[in-house]
Design a protein around this ligand. Structure first.
Ligand SMILES: *Cc1c(COP(=O)(O)O)cnc(C)c1O
Length: 377
């Protein structure tokens, strides 16, 4: 079955008990048991819930994985995955990692003895050079947030495999429709399902996906022991949002290509960061490991007053944090997604005060361009 068909008719597309085309919301905390000796498949909703299981199986199948685990947010998925590590363990992490992941690693897990080294992961030699005897994993985001830098996932996974390390990839920007890191040799795929997977700006959720029985058991143990699970109602909403993933991604991506091209010839725009532009340094690598550039782009404006004018003046895009909704969202990494990063770190990474991130929604591209044109001419 091809991807679009799997979105509709993949695992658990019909309720096995009633034939309902929508999986019921099993809004329960506990499940009555019949026997003292043999408990049923479900006993308590932290450990397992039918609606969550349907969503987890759907996401695992789309990523080409054996198991997926749903969490109460992307950060819960990331933090739960970081709990696989022990004091003294070391991770090599891409330098423009999501601000919340940066905060969890440097402010929270550091207290528990986890060590991290940030590297420019577009350079495989830099990844290799940062590996020390205590290194347990390479943690990547490609395209990265908000600079849309591209890491060669096959190359990074090869470096990791040779040394017995895990490769962890936050694939939020791409979704499994455009990029499936497990098929490229990576071990754990993370998502903020809040973004494109659910796609309707009405749920906060996250996923960890693997294709290995042992690793699956380790993450499942954390999910149950730490307990940062996704509730049944949000699982149901995400199952519903997921069905239109392909058409949403296709349409938003088509508009993103047009908008990126339009911005890149605008004299007030200093540079456009989008892996769909041939001028992007990661263009070829990105093409070799995905089936499209996605619907998020960043651009740098000529000065701060113009940046402020655009952020506050756009009418068709919400000025907000987040991305991947049906509504276009314009955001300001320096004060939003990357506010948790000290300004010196931000500057060193190239996240300037005139950088704007744009997540293209489902509005007509002509209207979105006209909205920008008003402010950029
Ligand atoms: C939003 C985001 C996260 C965090 O997810 P939440 O659902 O907000 O907790 C992690 N990684 C990336 C790339 C994101 O865009």
């Amino acid at each position: 079955m091809k991807f679009a068909t799997r979105l509709i008719h993949g695992s658990h597309s019909i309720d096995p008990a009633t034939g309902a085309l929508s999986i019921p919301v099993s809004q329960t905390s506990t499940f009555a048991q019949k026997s003292v000796d043999h408990f049923g498949k479900y006993d308590y909703s932290r450990s397992g819930n039918p609606t969550r299981e349907a969503l987890e199986e759907a996401v695992a199948s789309l990523e080409g994985g054996s198991h997926a685990y749903a969490f109460g947010s992307g950060m819960a998925a990331i933090s739960s995955t970081l709990m696989l590590f022990a004091p003294g363990d070391h991770l090599v992490v891409c330098e423009d990692v999501y601000g919340g992941a940066f905060r969890a690693m440097t402010k929270l897990f550091s207290q528990w003895g986890l060590k991290v080294t940030f590297v420019d992961a577009t350079d495989l030699d830099a990844i290799e050079d940062a590996i020390i005897p205590a290194t347990k994993a390479i943690y990547l985001e490609t395209p990265s947030n908000p600079l849309l830098k591209i890491t060669d996932l096959r190359g990074a996974a090869r470096i990791a495999k040779d040394r017995g390390l895990l490769t962890i990839v936050d694939s939020t920007f791409m979704t499994p429709y455009l990029q499936r890191p497990l098929e490229l040799g990576c071990d754990i795929v993370l998502h903020s399902g809040t973004k494109f997977l659910n796609g309707h700006s009405d749920v906060v959720c996250g996923f960890a996906v693997v294709n290995d029985e042992k690793l699956a058991h380790r993450i499942r143990f954390v999910q149950n022991a730490f307990g940062a699970i996704l509730g049944p109602q949000d699982c149901w909403l995400t199952l519903r949002g997921l069905k239109t993933l392909k058409i949403r991604m296709e349409e938003s991506q088509r508009s993103a290509v047009r908008i990126a091209e339009w911005l890149s010839v605008n004299p007030k725009v200093k540079r456009v960061l989008y892996p769909g532009l041939k001028s992007h340094p990661g263009y070829e690598t990105h093409r070799s490991q995905t089936s499209g550039p996605g619907a998020v782009l960043s651009f740098e404006l000529e000065d701060y007053p113009l940046t402020k004018k655009v952020l506050e003046g756009v009418e068709l895009s919400a000025f907000a944090v987040s991305l991947g909704g049906v509504e276009s969202i314009i955001s300001y990494p320096a004060r939003m997604s990357h506010a948790a990063m000290p300004s010196s770190e931000r500057t060193a990474r190239g996240i300037s005060d005139t950088l704007v991130r744009f997540s293209v929604g489902l509005e007509d591209a002509d209207d979105l361009i006209a909205d920008f044109a008003r402010l950029l001419t």
